[in-house]
Design a protein around this ligand. Structure first.
Ligand code: ZN
Ligand code: ZN
Length: 831
């Protein structure tokens, strides 16, 4: 792909990116152009894109994700900041392990080979990464500190070990965190297999200690979908816990949580989950056979089947009664599979008049339905549950609270329950603690040993890292592969020196990515996880970018880590990043997600070979709004390549002898104006991540320069300034061609060290106006005039327009009406 152009005299200059791209990358690397120095006195800015899994080749999606933040990081450098834009590899975890298993080579070896390859590919992009700070989380020098953080959390009570019913992927043979179970059918986030429940002793992090604080996004510029995902995930609901005493002796009351305590007068029965511990205690002898059969059946069903709103409700009466704490009525206790043991307290007060599921259940079993809330005006329909709730709703049939607005009744009823010691205000969360144990090989070992006498004992910090042994059979069997390594397993108890065995689970790889951004601040410090002074200088991250699919995993975990480490005295800020941006996805040319099976994957390497790196970068940014992505379009990349060819052509130094030095003041002013409006618009677009419109503006500036050359302006100062400005604005987007042309124009190396231009509003201001020209009220043309153009001249111009003449068809207009500065209307004669 080259374009033949003729510039000075007989010398032919080809647009051939291959002739200069590699050369410049080598020069930038040798000159350490992108190395961020801690002692650089300029204001520090930290720009970060999520590091990749080294699971294979770099694809265009990686380029797309990295080019956006690279543009901003490069602009920040030119704006005079000391910028850190590091890169590393998320090298532990299932993708590496599974791929290694498929190929029969050790995960360490496979990972290392991939990192080498991806590093080279990343460098081909010409991204301004600071490779001197590269980190690889599977290096013992890194995971030593991951283990250290685990020990800090353990000391503070933020890490604990407990038995739990956990989600298990039968294909990957591994426990999943709750966030890793997706969709209504509850499938594994990685392989899509429906998950199963298993009871295992596991390690957890108390992320729920921070649920409330994680709900606050004050001062954070996060995309709305991420805020919503996190808010819904945490799922805070405010209401009351209410105790329903039973008639049995020595049995605790049944506790329920409700967000609508104002409907308690309408609770006409109770429903327990079949697994509720009180079921066997309360069931009467005459009901036991039916109850046992129902419980056994419910245990065989999946949560999805049980939650389905489609299927008919089923349940059985257990023979026992509870007392409604407000009405003192006896209400029957049922069990039903639509109440799940893991949600809330595993028991509900059934208010059939105001809950659709309870309503269906009451209809099915002929249980009483009592309306206790309704609109102030009019009666609710009795043929269905009243759940719509209106702003003016009031309580009905609710004793002393009848007639009270629902909003007032909620606190009033909670007070009444508190007086009777049968309830209190309460808040519940959907979020659960973070399960961090993995029964897999390729992760950081959990630094714990078990002693018969002392139980779980933390490995002393000075014995870290607990190295992951290499000679392990890491094939997944369901138990941790480390259990098979007898030599590694046997150790001594740090407390008593007696025989002990090591914990064989490894840490969830999301723990590695919960703190890697801190390590970048002092990546080579071997004496501590991070240097607090450097962290204080660089953090928080000014701009963080990555995929929205990490909304309730990584992007929630890394916020939790900062808050927890702050409370332990290790950090002095509240959030890892102030600004988050999510890239969209590049689809195949067939508008489908790129995948090997569809054969629509576009590899960057062959494109770079054909067009050069700059063209690929600019095209990816031109595909659509960066946060939305779009389909790959092979003809689009040709258009971008031709544009860069025109830039190449027009920016060649002018041979003074061949250029006519026309100095039209008007043309010079027009070009200067376009130059300054482009500076303004491109700066805004780069800031706003609307790179596609920035590319359009840069194309317009290129075209304006080409027009001026055609008008003989190539020797003018405005022309030279326009080209130099174009190159500086292009530098973050297409760094190689900008550098090459900058040098060819005789400027000092490097274009990437030039100050970012600032638009002069006076020069950017339009000094012409556009006047719509109508014929009989219909828009036919537009005139571009200066504000002081005389009316007679405007009329002459309007009548001279070929578009107007078509409609006049040789006739003399009846009238020409002008609204100064607004429009011209030509009225044709009546025929
Ligand atoms: Zn799976
Ligand atoms: Zn011991």
């Amino acid at each position: 792909m080259t374009t033949e152009t003729r510039t000075r005299g007989a010398r032919r200059e080809r647009f051939d990116p291959a002739s200069y791209e590699t050369k410049w990358r080598a020069r930038w690397e040798a000159d350490e152009l992108y190395v961020a120095r801690d002692d650089d006195p300029r204001e520090k800015r930290y720009v970060l894109t999520m590091y990749p899994y080294p699971s294979g080749d770099l694809h265009v999606g990686h380029w797309y994700a990295a080019t956006g933040p690279d543009i901003v990081a490069r602009m920040r450098r030119m704006q005079g900041y000391n910028v850190m834009f590091p890169m590393g590899f998320d090298s532990f975890g299932l993708p590496a392990e599974n791929a290694a298993i498929d190929r029969g080579i050790h995960p360490a070896k496979w990972t290392t080979a991939n990192i080498e390859r991806m590093r080279t590919q990343f460098k081909t992009m010409g991204a301004g990464f600071d490779w001197s700070r590269e980190l690889i989380v599977s290096d013992p020098g890194y995971y030593r500190w991951t283990q250290w953080i685990f020990l800090q959390f353990l000391k503070a009570g933020l890490a604990y070990r407990a038995m739990g019913a956990v989600d298990w992927c039968p294909k990957d043979k591994v426990v999943l965190a709750r966030e890793q179970v997706e969709g209504a059918d509850r499938h594994c986030w990685r392989c899509g297999t429906p998950v199963e429940k298993r009871d295992l002793e596991q390690w957890w992090f108390r992320i729920t200690n921070y649920s409330d604080e994680l709900l606050s996004f004050a001062g954070l510029d996060y995309p709305e979908p991420i805020r919503l995902m996190q808010t819904n995930w945490i799922g805070r609901s405010v209401g009351a816990e209410i105790d329903f005493p039973t008639e049995a002796d020595d049995v605790e009351p049944i506790r329920v949580f409700t967000t609508r305590p104002d409907t308690v007068f309408g609770a006409t029965f109770m429903v327990l989950a079949p697994e509720h511990p009180l079921v066997s205690v309360l069931t009467t002898e005459d009901r036991r056979a039916d109850v046992d059969a129902y419980v056994a059946n419910a245990r065989r069903e999946t949560e999805i089947e049980r939650m389905s709103t489609e299927r008919p409700k089923s349940g059985v009466f257990i023979g026992a009664y509870a007392i409604n704490p407000m009405t003192s009525e006896r209400i029957p206790i049922w069990i039903a599979d639509y109440v799940l043991p893991g949600y809330g307290t595993g028991a509900i007060m059934a208010v059939p008049a105001h809950d659709e599921r309870d309503f269906a259940f009451a209809k099915q079993y002929d249980l009483p339905i009592r309306f206790v809330v309704g609109p102030a005006s009019g009666e609710p329909s009795s043929s269905e549950a009243f759940v719509g709730h209106s702003a003016d709703e009031v309580l009905i049939d609710s004793g002393e609270f009848s007639g009270m607005p629902a909003a007032e009744a909620i606190p009033a009823i909670i007070s009444a329950l508190e007086e009777r010691q049968l309830g209190q205000a309460a808040v519940t969360y959907r979020q659960r603690d973070w399960l961090i144990s993995r029964q897999r090989y390729w992760g950081a070992p959990i630094p714990i040993v078990y002693c018969d006498e002392h139980g779980a004992v933390p490995v002393p910090e000075d014995q870290l890292p607990v190295l992951l042994p290499e000679d392990v059979d890491f094939a997944p069997t369901g138990v941790s592969p480390l259990q098979s390594h007898a030599e590694w397993l046997a150790t001594t108890c740090p407390e008593c020196g007696g025989p002990a065995r090591r914990e064989t689970d490894t840490l969830d790889t999301f723990m590695d990515s919960s703190w890697y951004y801190l390590r970048y601040c002092s990546p080579n410090d071997s004496s501590r996880a991070w240097n607090p002074e450097q962290v204080a200088e660089w953090m928080p991250i000014e701009l963080y970018t990555g995929g929205a699919e990490h909304g309730v995993m990584h992007l929630l975990y890394f916020r939790f880590f900062v808050k927890a480490l702050r409370d332990l005295g290790h950090l002095s800020f509240d959030e890892p990043t102030l600004r988050l941006r999510n890239q969209g996805q590049i689809l195949g040319a067939d508008h489908n997600r790129m995948s090997k099976s569809r054969g629509n994957v576009q590899a960057p390497d062959e494109l770079v070979e054909r067009y050069g790196s700059d063209t690929v970068r600019a095209f990816l940014m031109f595909i659509g709004p960066w946060d939305q992505g779009g389909p790959w379009n092979p003809s689009g990349i040709e258009g971008i390549h031709r544009w860069l060819g025109r830039v190449w052509d027009v920016a060649q130094p002018v041979d003074a002898a061949n250029s006519t030095a026309t100095e039209s003041e008007e043309l010079a002013r027009a070009l200067t104006r376009v130059t300054h409006t482009t500076i303004e618009a491109v700066t805004e677009d780069y800031e706003a991540f609307t790179f596609n419109t920035a590319v359009s503006k840069l194309m317009e500036l290129t075209n304006a320069i080409i027009r001026e050359r055609g008008a003989g302006m190539a020797g003018s100062r405005a022309y030279a300034t326009a080209i130099d400005t174009l190159l500086v604005l292009l530098a973050p987007l297409v760094p190689h061609i900008a550098e090459e042309l900058w040098e060819r124009r005789g400027h000092e190396y490097s274009v990437h060290r030039q100050p970012w231009p600032v638009a002069d509003p006076a020069l950017a201001a339009a000094d012409t106006i556009e006047l719509p020209v109508q014929v009989d009220g219909k828009l036919r043309d537009r005139l571009v005039v200066t504000p002081d153009t005389p009316a007679a001249e405007i009329e002459r111009m309007a009548l001279a327009s070929v578009h107007v003449q078509r409609y006049l068809a040789g006739r003399t207009p009846r009238r020409v009406i002008q609204i100064p500065g607004r429009l011209v209307n030509i009225v044709t004669p009546d025929d």
